[in-house]
Design a protein around this ligand. Sequence first.
Ligand code: PEP
Ligand code: MG
Length: 541
Amino acid sequence: MANSKSRILKGTGVGSHAVMASVHRLADRPIQPPPARRINSIEDESTALEAAAKATAKLLEDRSALAKGDTANILLALSAFAADPALLMAAKAEISNGWDAPTAIHRASESFAKMLEDAGGAFAERAADLSEISLRITALLTNQEWSVDIPKFGKHVLVAEDLTPADTAQIDAKVVVGVITQKGGPTSHTSIICRQMGIAAVVGCSEATSLTNGDQVVLDPVGDRVIVNGELSDATAPLSIVDEKAKTLIPVLGNIGNLKDAIAVNTFHGAGVGLFRTELLYLDNKTAPTIAEQRRAYESVFNELKGKPIVIRTLDAGSDKPLDFLNLASEANPALGIRGWRISQPHRQVMQDQLKAIKEAVDATGADVRVMAPMISIPQEAADFAKMAKEVGLKHVGIMIETPSIAFAVRDLAGLVEFVSIGTNDLAQYLFAADRQHHELNELLDPWQPALLRLINRICEDANRIGIQVGVCGEAGADPLLAVVLAGIGVDSVSAAAPAIPAVRTRLAHVDLELARRAADLAMKALSPELARVAVKALVK
Ligand code: PEP
Ligand code: MG
């Protein structure tokens, strides 16, 4: 039993079994020296940088050769980053601008990482790779050791600020039975690799660094927590992941950005696709993609998912997802500016071409495709989009609900669209007036915020009145317990990134509508996201 000396640290659990062992803290990483101007010649600094980058790429490639599966692939991808000529060129430009090599590689990788972060989703997760590469190159340039003393004997729970793929590649799962990191999310590398190696983990545990060597901990991934000085019997009982045939209370679909994601949706038994973010295909385009180019990309995804429903979204450009080829003017408040469907005013042809390409791909594959537009604020915009989609022959049309204004006008959508899909990421941003990229505003952006849930409830009631379907495709749908709440509120389907699908399916296979409704009621009545979570966890167990 948990005793008076036990202490709970919260985080995000990865895995389904609890473990108990003593803590092994990893040494801190090398530090990035403060920015410094160059004292050596451009040539000398550039040569040193090239050599360090080459050595880093080689080290990672060698480690990849010794690893297996996802770990090997991740190490290889990292090695490619280190050898990336574009990154080196950008760093050399910084050297020419007067910076020394460590500052130059840091500045170049930061600007590349920013581009990935701005792209959001899976791209943002990869931004950490660039920091690792930059730090590794810097460690070589500044003679700092990157020694990670992964234990080779005994039984331990590793505790670190974060683990890099290169660190995790050295782990022996018989010795390291658990991992706790201060940083990272459910789809970070640490999580992916721990899942693959069957190691229990709690990531994003802000108090992880309060743990010291020798502390006895119970790592309870199902309970999203670490119990310091607890006992294994304190851990939350695991739900075993349900199989492909299990019936879930509502369908769990996948969110995708390309063919690889579509394949992953099938691997994880997603019931279809709730959101195909097409803009992610064209982030690097300097010119608008042609109809033929788009058709090829959509066809490959549609073929992969044939027989399952697919919701494809038209380009959601602007704000956090700039598309160079649209040449949108820079704005003081881009999240409140020309983005999403609003780009159809200055770029009507681009939208018409995209809809034509989608129609051609539908005709070529016979896939079950529905099309939707992002960032709709008023019913007239929905009508405009529906008209344009129907003009090219697309039959199944919907819109995203991402602004409070359209959330309050759902009844006016009668006869215009067949479905709505709630983008909780943007809806929370606009409802709480909190920039979704602002890390200090995470609490306001928490999808468990009761006000957000009450608004979703209203959307469902109104959609029900006019007989249209409601999906949730924002991050809210990736939280298994919150998915239960959403089903109880009346949402018809949820969608999430492929790796999150099994856990959401499992939860939704173990509840009935009555329990989900009670969970929804508790969550909506709660006074804070935390209280909502606690109440629902106690009910749904
Ligand atoms: C959302 O806003 O919740 C959403 C799904 O769209 P995106 O995250 O692509 O803006
Ligand atoms: Mg959005």
